[in-house]
Ligand binder design. Structure first.
Ligand SMILES: O=P(O)(O)OC[C@H]1O[C@H](OP(=O)(O)OP(=O)(O)O)[C@H](O)[C@@H]1O
Ligand SMILES: O=c1cc[nH]c(=O)[nH]1
Ligand SMILES: [Mg+2]
Length: 212
């Protein structure tokens, strides 16, 4: 498993604003949207392309376009939805599947309550969107599900990751047949007793959409 913490002053600036408890929901949504677009630029560095020829107004020119089958973007509901527009802005022709997952506040175990994905993901590159990688239980379950359906390359884009969650992912996906990558804006210090990332930004879903 490969982890990339993207080191860029604009990303650090936006992440700092996102962490700020005084940042309201509309601003939080805008920042999450902007951040994912910046992270997606790095996360899609290995996106598969095919060579094409186009006609410029002057001559034919060699170029590339996204290869077939199209990449699949998978936001993990709820909080991952806040990253979807920022991702599809960069990959407008990607298809989108959905996973609804919630972490039990006591046991910290992830449960899947909704799955809307293509049955066959053979040969597909998948981009999972979830702002928080805490214990890693949610992301590990999501990646396993994609592999069970045949995905052969999974990149997760997370706004924040905890070392504990990255370790969990490394243990789960060490030596797997297909690459797994995590691209994040920062790796924070640790998890607190309630499984929250420290210093973190609180509950990403609540900050995007309110407490339900
Ligand atoms: O790494 P883990 O320990 O599994 O925790 C991370 C998960 O927790 C949050 O979702 P949450 O369960 O709060 O659901 P929500 O998006 O509906 O708020 C977050 O968006 C991740 O999906
Ligand atoms: O810090 C955390 C951990 C899990 N989920 C969140 O939204 N925030
Ligand atoms: Mg939440």
């Amino acid at each position: 498993m490969e982890t990339l913490a993207v080191d860029h002053p604009l990303i650090a600036h936006k992440l700092t604003m996102l962490r700020d408890v005084h940042t309201d929901s509309p601003t939080f949504r805008r920042l999450a949207d902007e951040l994912v677009t910046l992270l997606a630029y790095e996360a899609t560095r290995d996106v598969r392309v095919a060579e094409v020829t186009v006609e410029t107004p002057l001559v034919p020119a060699q170029g590339v376009q996204l290869a077939s089958p199209k990449p699949l973007v998978v936001p993990i509901l709820r909080a991952g939805l806040g990253m979807l527009d920022g991702m599809t802005r960069l990959l407008p022709t990607a298809e989108v599947g959905f996973l609804g997952m919630i972490r039990d506040e006591g046991s910290l175990q992830a449960q899947t309550y909704a799955t809307r994905l293509p049955e066959d993901l053979s040969g597909r590159q998948c981009y999972v969107l979830d702002p928080m990688l805490a214990t890693g239980g949610t992301l590990a379950a999501a990646v396993k599900l994609l592999f069970e359906r045949g995905a052969d390359d999974v990149t997760a884009i997370c706004l924040l990751a905890a070392p504990e969650g990255l370790k969990h992912m490394e243990q789960e996906f060490e030596g797997t047949r297909a690459p797994v990558r995590v691209v994040t804006a920062a790796v924070d210090s640790h998890l607190n007793d309630q499984g929250f990332i420290m210093p973190g930004l609180g509950d990403a879903g609540d900050r995007l959409y309110g407490v339900v």
